[in-house]
Design a protein around this ligand. Structure first.
Ligand SMILES: Cc1cc2nc3c(=O)[nH]c(=O)nc-3n(C[C@H](O)[C@H](O)[C@H](O)COP(=O)(O)OP(=O)(O)OC[C@H]3O[C@@H](n4cnc5c(N)ncnc54)[C@H](O)[C@@H]3O)c2cc1C
Ligand SMILES: C[S@@+](CC[C@H](N)C(=O)[O-])C[C@H]1O[C@@H](n2cnc3c(N)ncnc32)[C@H](O)[C@@H]1O
Length: 671
């Protein structure tokens, strides 16, 4: 099913999972396309021949320098056979500290069970397949970013039509695997628009191979700038096409304020990060896993002492049926958070628990919203609609409303996640240090404290200081707001142990962690202190009562909700006017407003001059009330920007979270 987003571009509301039938030999066949996914005799050898050999991957990978990247993009992920063949070869032939970025578009993803069955055909790939299967769940629309093979390989699965997905990709591709059923049975995909995107994303010398030998395909590639020729394929009677980009396509204007600043040269892989909450720790880890040395500056005696210091936070994937950018950002980020948690934190009911999240409907408007989402055909492993009875069954306590169930969601102890991230040996945490300014001497950023002492210097500085991110001269223009919130701790009772799933509505409550339930959370716009208040404990109890009067009664009858038993914890969330975070490079605001002043008169102008970046300065803040969802992928985004890697999100979402967006709006709207 497709629909138009608020900004007018097509987005999939839900993918259609691949409809398969299976041959007697156990091979998958697409019902829609009426074709096998691989050749009957030896699909793996054919895949190696067509895609690996003819893109000369073995030779090219043996010549890579330590720390280099290589990017493959594919149309039609299918069963992941090509990916796994490349995965295996990469592990065998590439330098251990080089990284393979494999990007694949898939319009009809396989359900997880089908993928498992299909990959059973290739025992030789079992160890690579096990890694993929451990993190692959029937994909929902959007992009999924997986880090595999101890960080040596990233897989970005773009669920949707290949041309549409590639038009949103920001990457420089070294080799293409054009797969996707033969043009005769899939003419919609093999179109000039696809070849144009392929050329846009290539460099001179980028290679491409495909089974398709039709003249239109060859001519389409030639028109897009490739030299293409037919050569013999794996089977004697079959030819294939190989191509190489000979000429870059004419460059279309692209907004300089959204282009990437020049990458920092490899010898300077050092960063200082200000703030050790979720944003700072996720960013530090994302850089450390890319070979950077990172120093985190934190004013408290340890990490995760402010907003990121709650005992339990919810993986709350709050979507909108209309799929605005915020909703799409949340969906991709949620998938990555779960992937990260599974990769680095044991699910032990202390660090986190994938106990599932029930999003209950509350009022009629919310019920209609959730119903609309339930009807969009998402894979049930991701979300499905539930009645009040079903929700009560899942929760283990009676609830009065139905809504949505997210079986993969749950709760996290944010300090445990931060601590796990900081265990990376390339990260140093400097505590009890408050940076009041960031000074650049042309080569290094110096984080300086109130006494004028330099706390740390590095060529790259990343401000992850939540609401205090705008205390620095370079970021004072950022429109950050803080909103106080409080959670209330409730001692668990024998009866309250029956709660098995997180309940969310206006508030939330989770199954107990170490004998305590956490109920949240208040929103106070009139206070900016962090002293817990009785009033907010009381309002949290009202939220609890609305979620499940039965659960509330159980706790009350055992005395757990007596005022003397209640403890609150208040902190400040940081948010932006459009509720999306700010993730990316920082510009010199004064120069930006001057250099692009013409936009105030005519917003359709297309200036060419480069944006006045503060070289090496980035910000990652405004994660609002969903830092557990948005912070992990935000770190990956900063890491990818700094390393000049393919970006893990569609271009349109990169723009939606770009820190420069408010200056641009200010200019264009004249505010
Ligand atoms: C009551 C409440 C409930 C919440 N519930 C949830 C939930 O259920 N699920 C969810 O996903 N999210 C929840 N959130 C939101 C989530 O906690 C935040 O989005 C997240 O913690 C933000 O992380 P951060 O790193 O940006 O900010 P913070 O955790 O505030 O970290 C910023 C860090 O920067 C440090 N710092 C700032 N300035 C300086 C400086 N100049 N020098 C040195 N150090 C500095 C601070 O000391 C702090 O440690 C909740 C928030 C609150 C307040
Ligand atoms: C022959 S199979 C690919 C095999 C796959 N590369 C593998 O290694 O298993 C073709 C794939 O292309 C997908 N596909 C077809 N049309 C598409 C489109 N327009 N956009 C993205 N994927 C598409 C199909 O769903 C199918 O999974």
């Amino acid at each position: 099913m497709h629909m138009r987003s608020a900004i007018g571009e097509a987005v999939s509301s839900s993918p259609s999972l691949a409809d398969l039938d299976w041959t007697e030999e156990g091979q998958p066949r697409s019902v829609l396309f009426g074709d096998l996914y691989h050749c009957r005799q030896d699909g793996l050898e054919e895949s190696r021949h067509v895609f690996l050999l003819h893109n000369q991957l073995e030779t090219r990978w043996q010549q890579l320098q330590p720390g280099e990247h290589f990017c493959i993009a594919e149309t039609g992920f299918g069963t992941g056979l090509n990916f796994l063949a490349a995965f295996q070869l990469w592990e065998r032939r590439a330098p251990t500290d080089a990284t393979l970025h494999f990007i694949s578009a898939e319009k009809y993803p396989l359900a997880a069970a089908d993928l498992r069955r299909a990959l059973n055909l290739w025992p030789e790939l079992a160890s690579c397949a096990a890694q993929l299967l451990a993190h692959y769940s029937s994909p929902a629309p959007g992009w999924q970013h997986l880090v595999l093979a101890d960080g040596r390989i990233t897989l970005t699965l773009m669920i949707g039509d290949a041309t549409e997905m590639l038009s949103q990709l920001d990457a420089s591709v070294d080799a293409w695997f054009l797969d996707g059923f033969a043009p005769a049975c899939n003419p919609d995909m093999w179109q000039p628009a696809l070849y144009r995107e392929v050329a846009r994303l290539s460099r001179v010398g980028s290679t491409l191979t495909t089974f398709a030998i039709e003249e239109e395909v060859k001519q389409g590639l030639v028109t897009a700038g490739f030299l293409a020729e037919r050569v013999w394929g794996y089977r004697p009677e079959r030819e294939m096409l190989v191509a190489r980009l000979a000429q870059l396509p004419a460059r279309e204007w692209s907004a300089p304020w959204y282009q990437r600043p020049a990458a920092v040269p490899a010898k300077e892989r050092r960063a200082v990060i200000v703030g050790a909450g979720l944003a700072g720790c996720c960013t530090a880890w994302a850089l450390a896993r890319r070979g950077w040395r990172v120093t985190l500056i934190e004013r408290h005696a340890g990490e995760a002492r402010e907003a990121s210091g709650n005992g339990q936070g919810i993986l709350y994937c709050k979507l909108s049926p209309h799929h605005p950018p915020l909703s799409r950002f949340i969906q991709s980020s949620y998938a990555y958070s779960l992937h990260l948690l599974r990769s680095i934190l044991p699910e032990d009911n202390v660090g986190w628990s994938a106990c599932g999240v029930l999003q209950l409907s509350g009022d009629a408007k919310e019920a209609a919203r959730l119903q609309a989402l339930a009807e969009q055909g998402y894979p049930p492993e991701f979300l499905h609609g539930v009645t009040a009875d079903q929700a009560s069954q899942i929760a283990g306590v009676e609830v009065n409303e139905g809504g949505l169930h997210f079986p993969g969601g749950g709760w996290v102890n944010p300090p445990a996640l931060c601590a796990a991230l900081l265990r990376h040996p390339a990260i140093e945490l400097k505590t009890c240090c408050e940076a009041i300014s960031l000074d650049y001497n042309g080569e290094q950023w110096h984080a300086v404290d109130t006494h004028g002492v330099t706390l740390e210097s590095a060529p790259v500085a990343i401000i992850c200081s939540a609401g205090d991110s705008k205390r620095f001269a370079q970021t004072v223009h950022l429109p950050l707001k803080t909103i106080r919130g409080q959670v209330t701790r409730l001692p668990a009772t024998a009866d309250s142990q029956t709660l098995r799933s997180v309940l969310c509505g206006e508030g939330y409550v989770s199954p107990a962690r170490l004998g305590t339930h956490y109920v949240g959370a208040s929103f106070r716009f009139d206070r900016s202190d962090t002293h817990p208040s009785e009033e907010e404990n009381a309002s949290n109890l009202e939220l609890l009562n609305r979620l499940s009067p039965e659960f509330d009664r159980k706790l009350r009858s055992e005395g757990a909700l007596l005022p003397r038993a209640l403890h609150g914890r208040a902190a400040l969330r940081c948010t932006s006017p459009d509720y999306l975070p700010l993730i990316g490079p920082v510009v010199d605001a004064g120069r930006f407003l001057q250099e692009y002043a013409m936009l105030a008169k005519d917003a359709s102008k297309q200036p060419e001059q480069q944006a006045p970046w503060h070289r090496g300065l980035y910000v990652n803040a405004a994660h609002g009330s969903r830092g557990l969802i948005s912070a992990p992928l935000s770190g990956e985004l900063i890491g990818a920007l700094l390393e000049d890697e393919p970006l893990p999100l569609p271009r349109e979402l990169i723009r939606a979270v770009h820190p420069g967006r408010f200056l641009l709006r200010q200019l264009v709207r004249g505010t």
